[in-house]
Design a protein around this ligand. Structure first.
Ligand SMILES: *Cc1c(COP(=O)(O)O)cnc(C)c1O
Length: 357
């Protein structure tokens, strides 16, 4: 029998499958290469004299630091609890109940889940087999559906590829007067010259999503940003929680954006890219890996006919990676996040020791 709670739960939530985050579905292991986190845990100083007071709605030091880092104006930044909160805010701010979002799978799972929790339908226009956007199909979808928010992820999670500037402009133009186009740049530090943040003054419908969770190594504090023109920021500010950033989070993120913090981020980024290179070379030399996708991020997607055996072998050796083989265009695909030098060494040794069936 259905529990009372279930009977009372909104219909769209009853059947909802929550996001299968790495932390929710996998536990144990000693080497975590399944959530695209940074392997570096940095220390911060906290001033505890302020905790009796509510935090500022948008902590001034944090906002000015991030605006300087991203090279935008302060009124073009909204800080919140991770890029995930920004995704949900976009849906809640811009979609009426009969309107939809558009996504291009395979892509980040939270766009669809955020829409579904708000009872907003999702229009899916899959990537083409070369992982570029299917622009004619997106144009057609714009005509057929009331689309209000479009999510483009670049570098894309989970494939790792960049969406070209030309294609992003085409999408912005298709939706110029009808929808917000959110470009999710969670991994942009790994390919920073490709940011489109500089376009927010030119495209009235562009929102760029950023996070402290990946290159900055701060997934545990939950802090991310939306960059957009001040009118988009003002609309989203009406919907966001009154105190989205706690004082400890504001202090930590501000230190991470200081001159020392940025220098440390860049040196850790260089180490991660060096390890990525090693993993790419190792994958190239393994007989049982028949393809690896180019990566502009801190993770690599590759294909093997032995995906189940390999996945289990790695788990047995304490190494957790992620299986994407059930998703569209991703037959036989596993994703590895790049870890520390020691973790990379252990991963490569285990992958070389694994005997393909
Ligand atoms: C990790 C990730 C996020 C979530 O970032 P948070 O700031 O930790 O909420 C958003 N988008 C993509 C593409 C991601 O991979």
């Amino acid at each position: 029998m259905m529990s009372l709670a279930n009977q009372l739960t909104r219909k769209n939530i009853q059947g909802l499958v929550p996001y299968e985050s790495a932390r929710r579905t996998m536990s144990g292991g000693r080497i975590w290469l399944n959530a695209n986190e940074s392997p570096f845990a940095n220390a911060y100083e906290l001033d505890d004299s302020v905790y009796n007071r509510y935090p500022d709605f948008q902590p001034a030091d944090l906002i000015s630091s991030y605006a300087a880092y991203a090279n935008v104006e302060k009124n073009q930044v909204l800080a919140g609890r991770g890029a995930d909160e920004a995704i949900e805010l976009l849906v809640r701010t811009f979609c009426e109940k009969d309107e939809k979002i558009l996504i291009c799978p395979p892509t980040y799972g939270m766009y669809a889940i955020s829409a579904e929790t708000c009872n907003i339908d999702v229009v899916k226009v899959p990537l083409k087999s070369d992982f570029t956007l299917d622009i004619p199909a997106i144009e057609q979808a714009q005509k057929e559906h009331k689309i209000k928010v479009v999510f483009i992820c670049s570098p894309n999670n989970p494939t790792g590829h960049l969406v070209s500037a030309t294609q992003i402009k085409q999408v912005l133009n298709i939706f110029a007067s009808s929808a917000i186009v959110a470009v999710d740049e969670a991994y942009i530090e790994f390919a920073y010259e490709n940011t489109v943040a500089g376009w927010i003054n030119k495209y009235a419908n562009l929102a760029v999503l950023r996070t402290m969770s990946k290159a900055f190594g701060l997934a545990g504090i939950r802090c991310g940003y939306t960059l957009a023109n001040k009118d988009i920021i003002e609309s989203m500010s009406k919907v966001i929680a009154p105190y989205p950033i706690s004082w400890p989070v504001a202090q930590i993120a501000t230190q991470a954006l200081s001159e020392t913090g940025l220098a440390r981020m860049h040196s850790q980024l260089a180490i991660i890219l060096e390890q990525k290179n090693k993993v790419q070379q190792a994958l190239d030399s393994l007989d049982y890996v028949y393809e690896q996708l180019p990566s502009a991020s801190n993770f690599i997607m590759f294909r093997t006919k032995q995906k189940q055996g390999l996945f289990k072998y790695l788990v047995d050796n304490g190494i957790l990676i992620r299986d994407y083989s059930k998703q569209v265009l991703l037959d036989d695909s596993l994703r590895i996040s790049i870890g520390s030098a020691e973790e990379t060494q252990a991963l490569i040794e285990a992958m070389q020791a694994f005997k393909a069936e």
